[in-house]
Ligand binder design. Sequence first.
Ligand SMILES: [Mg+2]
Length: 498
Amino acid sequence: MSSLAPQRPGMPARQISASSFAEEFTAARNRLKKLDFEHEHEQDHDDESPMASPALSSSDSLTSEEPSPLGSEDGDSMDDASPATPITPFTPMADQDSNDDVADNFAFAFDIDGVLVRGGKPIPEAIEAMKVLNGENEYGIKVPYIFLTNGGGKSESERCADLSQQLELEVSEGQFICGHTPMRELSSRYSGSVLVVGGEGEKCRQVAETYGFRDVITPGDILKANASTAPFRKLTPAELSASRDLLSRPGVGKLSDIVIEAVFVFADSRDWASDLQIILDIAQSKGGRLETRSETFDEGPPIFFSHNDVLWSAAHEHVRLGMGALRKIVETVFEETTGGKKLTTYAFGKPQVGTFEFAERLLQKWRAEKHGLVAGRGEKRGVGTVYFVGDTPESDIRGTNAMDEKSGREGTEWYSILVKTGVYQEGTEPRFKPRKLVGNVLDAVNHGIRREMARKMKTSSGGQGQGQRGLWPLGDVTGLKKMGEVEGRMQECVISEH
Ligand SMILES: [Mg+2]
């Protein structure tokens, strides 16, 4: 599967035997040597744009200074106990494309909002970009890809169904991570009552229950039991009907009989005022007991946010406030109303490195189950480069660069690409610099593929390519030239199709 016979449009599929391919490869390589081919594009922009590769700050990220929500109890550092660390990605079995030509040394990962979708509608180039990855390219090659979004509020299966419809292709749960996916792991830790905030109607309660949380309470349940909790919030008849009657539970005569073990903000709040009030009430309670007040303000339960995006790209011409803004408000108002006490909350999602590590494991599983790609014996890594395409420097680019730095030279390269169709505004200086800035997701996909092709060409011209995984036939130079990447001497290197 690594040495792949290209299927060009309009041409029948071509089978290359090992010997004929080897001969073709050797001849082509000799020709390249004679031409002393040196591919200028391999320099790429790697050296032009040194990465910020930031260390994640403690103010808005999980760091080693903070207690671990997911780590072991013996004081593991946060790096070792990042949200993803103990989690095995959940992937349903996929129908394997066992006979397809698949790029085995690189892959793509996509943010969704502002990259593929905006305001519920696909960004025009997104559908074409997916087609390119699914084999409609000059090389007839498929490129594995996954989706990594901070969004949420629906089950993974529902979100995949939405995305499938928007992008006109089938998206599997096995290639999808949303902001609250890693929270699944916490259901075994918090087996009592938890508060779940955000999302439409009862959706997030349902998602949390599918994750295994046993007693999921919502702000609506609390408002139903005591309407004065948020004086200006009136539940609609539908909300009243859907909300559960906490006071009718066995052994519960009043709300203070209920203890909240943890608060999870699964998705964006639909009513910031009442949700803020209820989260702060619990944060300032005696050990999570509803309608109590701590005297020390340091005994509230942990509060988790599924991501930390302050802004996101929606249908409005200007970016909108996201969950990260609510998180800042919760922390700020807590401090303001407790005489200066600090509240530590936790955020999953990008830019957390743990989330990217989770994504890499999901990608490995997806490559194996969908494409039959598994690392060979003795190989340290399964995929050489992951191209991450995002629109938000503070989460997408920051996280990708940090992941790349953590992976190191021996690990998978995480290559950040920033698009201009979402949060990032053209002409501004992104706070976290991408390896490549492009117009849209189709440009990003083409850039990644061209970069890989250029890399293969340089490797093969240097005679170092034999035996490497993912080496493509040099006949693909034709396609490379067509894509406009190669100029000058490169055109002399074209090897015609046999
Ligand atoms: Mg986005």
